[in-house]
Design a protein around this ligand. Structure first.
Ligand code: LMR
Length: 394
C-alpha cells in the first residue's frame, strides 16, 4: 500500500528553518519562519505565560478530558479578545483547535460540509499553507490581486476588481491584520468597501487572524475583523495564540462562526464540535488554559499586554532602522514601505535569484518570495541585511 503514495514536496518555510540550522557559518541571520525572536535571537516564554503556567501547575488536579469544543472559558476569553463587545456572545459558535492551522483546517472542512460547491478566494500572495490545505481538501481556490510589488502597498483597485468576480455563497479569505507574507494591510475604509461588496454579492468572509497585537496594538489590529463580524450575516474567524502568547508548540487556536441569525449558532456549534471529534477528538488543553489564566487575571493580562507592546514597538523600531539604512545606502526612498508595513513580515520585492544570492554570500535566510521576519533582525544585523540587499542589486 505505502508504495502507492506520491512523494510530498516539503513545506518551503519549514525547509528553510532546517537549512538555517544546518548552515555551519558562524555569522548567520534567520529571517525565515514566523517565530518572534528578541535582540539576542531567543524566543522567550512571556512573563505572564510563565506565571500562569506555575499557577496552573499548582491548581491542576486531573488530566482527564475537558470538553469536545474545548474549555468554554477559553472560548469566552478569546471571543472577548478578538471581537470585544462588537457581537453578542450567543451569536458566536466556537471550538478550541490545535493552533491557528487547526482552526483553518476545521473552517475549510466546515465550508466543504455546508457548501461543497463553494470556491475559496485567497489573496495573491497568501500564507502558502492556506493553499496547501485547500488543495489537500480538494476545495477550488481562486486568487485575488492583493499586493503591488512596485510600491509595497495593497493593490486595492486590483483586489476589488477581482473580488467582483466572487459568486454568492463563495468564501473570501482575508487576513485580519499583519498580512502574511507581505506586511501590507487594508485600512478601515478599505475593509468597509470589501464588506459592502461581499454583502452585495452574498459571499461569506473568513478571517485568519494569527498576529493580533503585532501590528498597531491588540484593539487596533482587531478592528477589521470586528467590522466584518458586525456587518456580514455570517463570518468565520480562525485565530492563533501561537504568536501573541508565544506558545507555538502548545498548539493553541480557536475557530469561531459568527451568525447574525442567532438561531444558527447551535447548528454551527454542533457541526464544529463534530469536526473536532472526527479529526482529533478533544483539542489540546494546556496552552488554552494558560491563555485563559492570563486573560482573566487583571495583573497577568496587564503584564502580558505590556510585554506584547514592547515586542510590537521593537519590531516597529527595526522596520524604521531598516528603511532608514536602505535609504542611506540607496539614496532613494524606494524601501520606505518597510516602515509602513505592519506585523512580523515584510515582502521586500527581491527576485528569487537575489534571495538565493543573499543566502549564499551573506548567510541571510529569508523566504524565497523575499519575505523577511522583522523580528529576526537586531541593531547589528539591520546594516548587514541592507548592505547585502544593495550588493545584490536591489
Ligand atoms: C510562518 O508563516 O512562518 C508561520 O506562520 C509559521 C508557519 O507555520 O509557517
Amino acid at each position: 500500500m505505502l508504495n502507492a503514495l506520491n512523494e510530498q514536496s516539503p513545506d518551503k518555510i519549514l525547509m528553510l528553518m532546517q537549512a538555517f540550522k544546518e548552515d555551519p557559518r558562524p555569522v548567520k541571520i534567520d529571517l525565515g519562519v514566523g517565530v518572534y525572536k528578541n535582540a539576542n535571537g531567543q524566543t522567550p516564554i512571556m512573563r505572564a505565560v510563565k506565571k500562569a503556567e506555575q499557577q496552573w501547575w499548582e491548581e491542576e488536579t486531573s488530566k482527564s478530558y475537558v470538553n469536545l469544543a474545548g474549555d468554554p472559558e477559553f472560548s469566552d476569553m478569546m471571543i472577548g479578545l478578538i471581537l470585544g463587545s462588537s457581537v453578542a456572545r450567543n451569536s458566536v459558535a466556537a471550538i478550541a483547535t490545535p493552533g491557528g492551522t487547526g482552526a483553518l483546517r476545521q473552517a475549510f472542512e466546515l465550508i466543504q460540509m455546508a457548501s461543497p460547491e463553494a470556491k475559496v478566494f485567497v489573496s495573491d500572495p497568501t500564507w502558502p499553507n492556506h493553499l496547501s490545505i485547500l488543495r489537500h481538501l480538494g476545495i477550488e481556490t481562486v486568487s485575488y490581486r492583493y499586493f503591488d510589488s512596485a510600491t509595497g502597498a495593497v493593490n486595492f483597485d486590483g483586489m476589488m476588481q477581482d473580488l467582483a468576480k466572487v459568486s454568492k455563497g463563495d468564501v473570501v479569505l482575508l487576513h485580519g491584520c499583519c498580512h502574511n507574507p507581505t506586511g501590507a494591510n487594508l485600512n478601515l475604509t478599505e475593509w468597509q468597501t470589501v464588506v459592502d461588496l461581499l454583502n452585495e454579492i452574498g459571499a461569506v468572509p473568513m478571517i485568519d487572524i494569527a498576529y493580533q497585537g503585532f501590528g498597531d496594538g491588540l484593539e487596533a489590529d482587531a478592528k477589521g475583523t470586528r467590522l466584518v463580524a458586525t456587518s456580514c450575516p455570517e463570518t468565520l474567524i480562525a485565530a492563533s495564540c501561537s504568536k501573541n502568547f508565544g506558545i507555538y508548540r502548545e498548539r493553541t487556536g480557536i475557530l469561531m462562526a459568527v451568525s447574525q441569525d442567532s438561531s444558527l449558532r447551535n447548528l454551527a456549534q454542533s457541526n464544529m464540535t463534530h469536526l473536532n471529534r472526527q479529526n482529533y477528538s478533544f483539542p489540546p488543553d494546556h496552552g488554552a488554559r494558560l491563555v485563559t489564566h492570563v486573560l482573566r487575571d487583571d495583573d497577568l493580562r496587564a503584564d502580558w499586554q505590556a510585554e506584547l507592546d514592547d515586542i510590537r514597538n521593537g519590531m516597529l523600531t527595526l522596520r524604521q532602522q531598516l528603511a532608514d539604512e536602505l535609504q542611506r545606502l540607496s539614496g532613494s526612498n524606494r524601501f520606505g514601505f518597510i516602515a509602513q508595513h505592519r506585523g512580523m513580515f515584510s515582502r521586500l520585492g527581491l527576485s528569487s535569484a537575489q534571495v538565493e544570492q543573499i543566502r549564499a554570500d551573506h548567510a541571510i535566510y529569508m523566504v524565497g518570495d523575499s519575505r523577511i521576519n522583522i523580528a529576526g533582525l537586531n541593531d547589528e544585523s539591520v546594516p548587514l541585511l541592507a548592505d547585502a540587499m544593495i550588493k545584490v542589486g536591489a
